[in-house]
Design a protein around this ligand. Structure first.
Ligand SMILES: [Zn+2]
Ligand SMILES: [Zn+2]
Length: 284
């Protein structure tokens, strides 16, 4: 089989991945379009028809970068099941692959942060607890709490962590690039999801056998199930959690439509109301 050569479009695509680290599905589609337009590569306008050429485009890049132990890979958010794509180094499973962007002290801090996130109940920790990690750094130059705060905001900007309502958790990029590291170091403390077989930090756990499912994997599995049961062979106990429904693409559209309709009705009602007041005056 003859390997397709990389052209300037492929190279621009790859460069963007190198500088941005991780892109969501929408950004990947946009980037593909930009690369095609810039180098006059024929591509379908229609997004659905552009799927296959996009996959082929990424496959060509992956064929060329795999000898260098790099790969563009898909990762899934544990919060909402959305997909992101990252440029992953496949040869190293350690966290030191981030060494070009962070100092040894910062990497040590990030390791400790991962440690407390993995040990926590919902795979998220508070910011105070996190900042206190500066006192636990060993064999590296100390960090102040200000340094740590600055580091946290850089980790967030580079999409390694997520900070919501004062809680810190690992973002899709960490799951995509540091899963091997986490599975190796914390093999006794972490589980893989029974459905997608990937590392699962946030999710639902069977109280009987400990089987774990991502929220989005549980949603898919139990979508049409009246009485959800643990998927593990030999367990099959009732699944005692509420199943989050994953909205389909069309539903966002429907929701928007309903909101518009609702606004229209409110407006109409207000008009009716105003009219009636006016009518009252006329009677008077
Ligand atoms: Zn899963
Ligand atoms: Zn079970």
């Amino acid at each position: 089989q003859i390997m397709t050569q990389m052209n300037d479009g492929h190279r621009l695509f790859l460069q963007s991945f190198m500088s941005r680290g991780i892109l969501n599905a929408k950004e990947v589609k946009q980037l593909f379009k930009i690369c095609c337009l810039k180098y006059k590569i024929p591509h379908p306008e229609n997004e659905r028809e552009a799927q296959a050429p996009l996959l082929e485009f990424v496959r060509t890049i992956n064929n060329h970068i795999e000898p260098f132990h790099m790969q563009i890979r898909k990762g899934v958010s544990e919060d909402d099941g959305s997909s992101s794509y990252g440029l992953v180094c496949t040869s190293e499973s350690t966290i030191t692959k981030l060494a070009s962007d962070y100092t040894p002290s910062e990497l040590e801090f990030f390791k400790k942060l991962i440690e407390i996130i993995v040990a926590s109940d919902n795979a998220e920790v508070g910011s105070t607890e996190t900042l206190n990690l500066v006192s636990r750094l060993e064999n590296v130059k100390k960090l102040s709490k200000d340094d740590a705060e600055d580091l946290l905001s850089r980790l967030e900007t580079n999409k390694w962590i997520k900070m919501t309502h004062g809680k810190i958790s690992l973002a899709t990029r960490s799951l995509l690039e540091l899963d091997q590291y986490i599975l190796e170091i914390y093999q006794d403390d972490v589980e893989k999801c029974n459905i997608c077989k990937k590392l699962c930090l946030k999710g639902q756990t069977c109280p009987s056998c400990g089987t774990k499912l991502h929220f989005h994997c549980a949603s898919k599995l139990f979508e049409k199930e009246e009485n959800p049961k643990c998927p593990k062979q030999g367990c099959k106990k009732a699944w005692p959690y509420e199943i989050r429904r994953t909205p389909r693409k069309g539903e966002y559209f429907l929701k928007r439509l309903f909101t518009q309709e609702l606004q229209r009705r409110v407006k109409k009602e207000r008009q009716t109301y105003d009219m009636s007041v006016f009518a009252d005056w006329r009677i008077m």
